[in-house]
Design a protein around this ligand. Structure first.
Ligand code: PLP
Length: 368
């Protein structure tokens, strides 16, 4: 059996007539940039998510950057984020001129270690970017408490956590703003680059929308200089077709995760992902941890199963951040886990038989 790490075609086949029609309509309407399709996706995402404002952007990296800029963050400021994430979470901080300040990960949940957060706050700290990694939300009670104490805004990186919940509150709605990516492989994925940001703050929403559209809310009336970060009509139409399915797809991801956990729980050599209590995990990724990661990965590949690593180098260990002068001992958990984590295939269309096949292979590898 051959199982790829992601199978975007499997999902396309379940909604092909609607997707094909939507794309065709955008071409007929020639509403390639802006227009009714984009407005209608923003409205339906805001309604489905339960938020006042949804501002579409060109990608999830831009969404983060736009919010930081509109919070007035720049040279001399510090922004705190987590040691294990995709580089967007820290890259956008540097792009504003501010300094990225990393916090190690929690050894159980792999998200930012909230117990180390307060020690990283200085008078220059202007924002905290928790990343709800793999679909698991961070400890938002503790993070919110600290943010409140020091009066620092929270920008949630929800690129991997569409519709995840923490104590009944969706990702992106605990802090001041939330940022989403609709990169094709994300839980809600376009057929190209796409993203959005959400907030209930009217003033921030207005500023972000203006900045993302060259600083103009009305054509040719540029109140500030901005950037060009737009969702295009075809992506908006595709996302609108997919949006009504997201909760069912999240359920299916949880089915896959539950089955993996049931089948793998007896293997002592493997740590399976743990759900934080009172949360809805959206399982963008199902990440196990073991000592001989590379060997297991090779064994699975030889038997037709593609896996991946998120991420093989923790951010502070990257060449890009050498100038900050960190050593691996500064982030012991993230540095240890980067060599041990392995992401198994997970997507709504993955069948129980396929999950069983992968689990059996893993058991075979450990001679169980
Ligand atoms: C994907 C991702 C992003 C960036 O999204 P793009 O749309 O690719 O720019 C940001 N943060 C995290 C955690 C991501 O996984």
């Amino acid at each position: 059996m051959k199982i790829s790490f992601v199978d975007l075609k499997a999902q396309y086949q379940t909604i092909k007539p609607q997707i094909d029609l939507a794309i065709q309509q955008v071409i007929e309407e020639t509403s390639f940039i802006g227009g009714s399709r984009v407005k209608s996706f923003e409205d339906s995402f805001a309604k489905a998510y339960g938020v006042k404002h949804c501002i579409s952007t060109a990608n999830g990296t831009d969404s983060l950057y736009i919010v930081l800029k509109m919070l007035g963050i720049g040279i001399g400021d510090e922004v705190i984020t987590v040691a294990n994430s995709w580089i967007s979470s820290s890259e956008v901080i540097s792009q504003t001129g501010a300094k990225p300040v990393f916090v190690d990960i929690d050894p159980v949940y792999y998200t930012i270690d909230e117990n180390l957060l307060e020690s990283k706050i200085t008078v220059n700290t202007k924002c905290i970017i928790p990343v709800h990694l793999y679909g698991q939300m961070c400890n938002m009670d503790k993070i919110s408490e600290i943010a409140k104490k020091f009066n620092i805004p929270i920008l949630e990186d929800c690129a991997q956590s569409h519709f995840s919940e923490y104590k009944g509150i969706r990702a992106g709605l605990v802090g001041l703003a939330g940022s989403f990516s609709f990169y094709p492989g994300k839980n809600l994925g376009a057929y190209g680059d796409a993203g959005c940001l959400i907030t209930n703050d009217d003033n921030l929403a207005l500023k972000c929308r203006m900045f993302a559209r060259h600083g103009a809310l009305k054509k040719h009336e540029h109140d500030i200089e901005g950037i060009n970060s737009r969702l295009d009509g075809i992506q908006a139409a595709i996302l609108s077709v997919k949006l009504p399915h997201i909760l069912e797809w999240t359920k299916q991801r949880n089915r896959v995760a539950d089955l993996y956990s049931k089948l793998l729980s007896g293997i002592d050599e493997i740590a399976i992902p743990k759900r934080r209590p009172n949360t809805l995990h959206s399982f963008h990724l199902y990440v196990i941890r073991c000592d001989n990661r590379n060997e297991l990965q090779e064994f699975l590949l030889k038997n037709g199963v593609q896996t991946a690593v998120h991420y093989p180098i923790a951010l502070p260990n990257m060449n890009a951040y050498k100038y900050l002068g960190y050593s691996k001992n500064d982030f012991p958990v993230a540095s240890n886990y980067q060599d041990r984590i392995l992401s198994l295939p997970i997507y709504p269309e993955l069948s129980d038989d396929q999950v069983v096949y992968i689990a059996e292979l893993i058991k075979k590898y450990y001679e169980i």
